[in-house]
Design a protein around this ligand. Structure first.
Ligand SMILES: Nc1ncnc2c1ncn2[C@@H]1O[C@H](COP(=O)(O)OP(=O)(O)OP(=O)(O)O)[C@@H](O)[C@H]1O
Length: 353
């Protein structure tokens, strides 16, 4: 595609009206999107078309219509060249159980064309980078899910690609394992300058990891923009107290703040940092308990709802008792529901988000 070859330095991936139709389902539906360097989160429910897009980008599956370019190379004509420049972490477990991580990653490095000594050296470096150095000689059959995901990430990085495509890298991980994997993914870009396209059906984790977010639903582009645009502060503070909300509302209004009652919450317009102090003082003055004080933000989840008043409720969010919130306590804690996919048939696999 002419556009992609001329803007190679601006876009790492460009698709133009890209469609993939199977006999019974349209997996991608005229998808046009440009992905720039950095970490890009590709989010969508199970069946939204994420894996299909990755396979087309790698030249492993032909598109039915439209075009795509990776690093300026047309996928229809340059699949092998693209696979040399791109690392791929597949969604499903693909590791031979009787082989050690070192043997496997060296093998993958050799397959990518590295000479034997360089393959061994790069393997040791890469396994150390993903935190698998100690266990690297053990057969992978005995590895935990987290260790297997790290091997899969290492083999995607070993040939020093310019771009990696990571398909659901946090699948099967517990919350701590997820955070570690997301940290590793972030460092792939910050430490090595490698661009990343990472897919997930968990919207919140991509919000924390990515510079840009692309949302697809039913194979169609729903939205593509910078993560900060998705999570723009609404400049409103949600305040919850143990009791006497109406009196607090009156006290805050008397203090010159603009306040609205929303069920058991008060929404306070944030003028500046002094707003937090004013709320804390009013709560202390009334002698009530402060259950929560957090900044409300536009959330990715709001893309999938018409409810203007959607307030993010996170049962795990830290609560603040009678103190002004720390930056961490007020930061958005994301864990949202996946978008619905109208193309999914009843009974087709969709994990709980
Ligand atoms: N080889 C195939 N033949 C027929 N239908 C397919 C094939 N591959 C994918 N599909 C269908 O295309 C749609 C998109 O699948 P895809 O795997 O790209 O979704 P996804 O967003 O990656 O979700 P998941 O995380 O569940 O894999 C689904 O409805 C799926 O059933």
């Amino acid at each position: 595609m002419a556009r992609a070859t001329t803007v190679e330095h601006v876009t790492v991936i460009a698709t133009e009206s890209l469609s993939k139709r199977y006999p019974r389902v349209t997996a991608l539906d005229r998808l046009t999107v440009d992905i720039t360097p950095g970490v890009t989160g590709l989010v969508g429910a199970n069946g939204a078309g994420k894996s299909t897009l990755i396979k087309i980008l790698l030249g492993l599956a032909p598109a039915t219509e439209g075009r795509a370019a990776v690093l300026g190379l047309d996928v229809a004509a340059h699949g092998a060249e693209i696979r040399g420049l791109v690392g791929y972490m597949p969604e499903h477990d693909c590791l031979p159980p009787d082989v050690s991580a070192t043997e496997f990653v060296v093998h993958m490095a050799r397959m990518s064309g590295l000479p034997p000594a360089a393959a061994r050296e790069r393997t040791a470096d890469t396994l150390r980078h993903v935190g698998l150095y100690e266990e690297r000689y053990r057969p992978m059959g005995g590895y935990s899910t987290g260790m297997k995901q790290r091997v899969k990430l290492a083999q995607a990085l070993v040939h020093d690609p310019r771009l990696v495509l990571l398909d659901e890298p946090t699948n099967g991980l517990d919350p701590a394992g997820r955070d570690e994997m997301l940290g590793l993914i972030r460092r792939v870009h910050t430490d090595f300058g490698i661009s990343v396209l990472v897919t997930s059906h968990l919207l919140g984790e991509l919000e924390r990891t990515s510079d840009h977010i692309v949302v697809i639903d039913g194979g169609k582009l729903l939205r593509a923009s910078s993560t900060s645009d998705f999570t723009q502060a609404t400049a409103s503070l949600a305040v919850e107290v143990t009791d006497r909300e109406q009196e607090l509302l009156a006290a805050l209004t008397a203090a010159g703040l603009t306040v609205q009652a929303k069920g058991h919450l008060l929404h306070v317009d944030i003028a500046d940092d002094a707003t937090y102090d004013a709320v804390r003082d009013a709560v202390a003055g009334l002698g009530v308990g402060l259950v929560r004080m957090e900044q409300r933000r536009h959330r990715i989840a709001e893309l999938f709802t018409d409810d203007e008043d959607l307030t993010y409720e996170d049962p795990d969010a830290p609560t603040t008792e009678g103190t002004a919130p720390t930056a961490e306590a007020t930061a958005p804690r994301a864990e949202a529901t996946a978008p619905t996919d109208p193309t999914l048939k009843e009974g087709e696999g969709r994990d709980a988000a």
